[in-house]
Write a protein that binds this ligand. Structure first.
Ligand SMILES: N[C@@H](CCC(=O)N[C@@H](CS)C(=O)NCC(=O)O)C(=O)O
Length: 263
């Protein structure tokens, strides 16, 4: 039996759901409320010691880290393959699938929190915020969260995150010359891996990042959004109030992003 611990709006969970939908797998779902800190409950930490979603449990054995979960699912359920057969092509594909762990995930979380989600934190009392920070065991994560709450778009991390996206989009534009998908002629885990990262910044109304100057990325994203697995795995798990907040705040903060781009 396959079980997935996840949340609708988690970009890492979206990535795994895209694979599940593409392969048509049956999964027992457990929804975590990340704002209620379900991910820090002792029972969940036994499955995922870092307290993140998603976690896949296959016949009782947990698999963590979304990139690894995606590869695991493709290996165990090889019908509708999502990796090229050729080892060199597979290595090329992994240059994309490792991108989130090489800084893209942090950049995405920074933009999301600095622009929009910090407002959810600021609705809490200073005492409650301090408690959440105290209860964040990883010091890097704790300091990052404090910076997002206190500085928002004024944080220098925002500038660096815009740079991470800008260089990713340059690389994608180049890779997509003469082909539809990032790692060759077929849709692979490379495309899966980047889908939710572009979708999140589109939710933040930052799509001019590619729409004004990167036609191949624009076409790729249109193809991605038209796929059945996108409709099932992303549109099928709504988070309307967060989307409204991201759209409103993103439009408001766009001048800051443009300023960072001009650097
Ligand atoms: N490297 C991990 C990152 C997972 C991650 O950061 N998950 C976020 C949601 S996208 C989360 O669980 N956040 C909860 C928290 O920060 O407490 C993966 O790819 O699975």
């Amino acid at each position: 039996m396959l079980e997935l611990y996840h949340s609708n709006w988690s970009i890492c969970a979206q990535k795994v759901r895209l694979v599940i939908a593409e392969k048509g797998l049956d999964v027992l779902e457990h929804h975590l409320d990340l704002r209620a800190r379900d991910q820090q409950q002792p029972g969940y930490l036994r499955l995922n010691p870092k307290g993140y979603v998603p976690t896949l449990v296959h016949d009782g054995r947990p698999v963590v880290e979304s990139s690894l979960i995606c590869e695991y699912l493709d290996e165990v359920f090889p019908e509708t393959p999502l990796r090229p057969a050729d080892p060199v092509d597979k290595a090329y594909m992994r240059t994309w699938t490792r991108r989130p762990d090489d800084g893209l995930h942090r950049a995405c979380a920074t933009l999301t929190n600095a622009i929009a989600f910090r407002l959810q934190w600021l609705e809490q009392s200073p005492e409650d915020i301090e408690k959440v920070l105290r209860d964040t065991p990883d010091p890097t994560r704790r300091e990052w969260r404090r910076e997002m709450i206190e500085k928002g778009v004024e944080s220098p991390m925002v500038r660096r995150s815009v740079w991470v996206y800008d260089s990713l989009l340059d690389d994608m534009e180049e890779a997509l010359a003469g082909r539809d998908w990032l790692a060759g002629d077929d849709y692979t885990l490379a495309d899966v891996s980047l889908t939710s990262y572009l979708n999140r910044v589109a939710e933040l109304q930052l799509h001019p990042l590619w729409e004004t100057s990167r036609p191949r990325v624009s076409d790729w994203f249109a193809r991605i959004r038209a796929r059945a697995n996108f409709k099932t795995a992303i549109d099928g798990y709504p988070y309307d109030s967060y989307i409204a907040q991201m759209a409103e705040q993103g439009a408001l903060q766009w001048p800051k992003i443009e300023e960072a781009l001009a650097d």
